[in-house]
Design a protein around this ligand. Structure first.
Ligand code: PRP
Length: 214
């Protein structure tokens, strides 16, 4: 049997399907047009499993998937431990993890008082580490999506979120402030699969890597 590959649905999926196709891994139907979540490959017996990005590290850590493709933001949020190997930067899905606040706010105008900041985010671990490293006291408000609304509803002073084009921030009257991390999509590999499926994993990483470099 081939490899089981966990893929981050959405933008990353769209960008990584052509890379996988060039590596000879093509699903029998287009995951973008289907409600199905598990796809067999046309050749090689691989399986592609499409899921929420934040679940990709979990599937790979526990070996339900041999390989995963997801954003560095998701991997950072999952934790710094040795849950799996991060083998390749695909150079796709490029964006930034940033703080942002309403354009008219004290924070955005540099008039920030030193009271504990209320920060809304789904990246609670990364956010905690970031503000701790700056010695800044914060109250983290966990949300699972649409963080941009939180400061507008006075739920928080600012947010930590992914910024790509900046359109979402702009449309909601927010401005980006500080960059926490430059993000791109990474290939992660289950620790046991790295040994037991070494040849297949290496071949996949090498092909995707050649593509990423070229
Ligand atoms: C991300 C992020 C922002 C948006 C930023 O959400 O949470 O809402 O993209 O992109 P922009 O700077 O180009 O406007 P995404 O659409 O990936 O959905 P998600 O909330 O499911 O992650």
């Amino acid at each position: 049997m081939g490899l089981t590959i966990a893929l981050n649905r959405g933008r990353i999926l769209k960008e990584c399907l052509p890379l996988l196709a060039r590596a000879g891994i093509e699903p029998t139907e287009n995951p973008d047009d289907s409600r199905k979540l598990i796809f067999e490959s046309r050749s090689g017996g691989h399986r592609l499993v499409v899921m929420r990005g934040s679940d990709v590290p979990t599937y790979v850590e526990y070996g339900a998937a041999d390989v995963g493709i997801t954003g560095k933001d998701t991997i950072m949020e999952y934790g710094r431990g040795t849950h799996f190997y991060e083998r390749l930067d695909l150079g796709i899905g490029r964006c930034r993890l940033m703080t942002a606040a309403p354009a008219e706010s004290d924070l955005a105008r540099g008039l920030d008082a030193r009271r504990p900041l209320r920060v809304a985010t789904k990246f609670v671990n990364v956010t905690r580490q970031y503000f701790e490293s700056k010695g800044r006291q914060v109250t983290i408000i966990p949300l699972s999506g649409a963080m941009e609304i939180a400061p507008l509803m006075n739920l928080s002073d600012c947010i930590v979120d992914i910024v790509d084009t900046g359109n979402t921030l702009k449309a909601n009257g927010l401005v980006a402030l500080e960059t926490i991390a430059e993000i791109s999509s990474r290939v992660i590999v289950n620790r046991a699969a790295m040994k037991t499926r070494f040849a297949e994993v290496q071949a996949l990483v090498a092909t995707l890597g050649a593509d990423a470099d070229g």
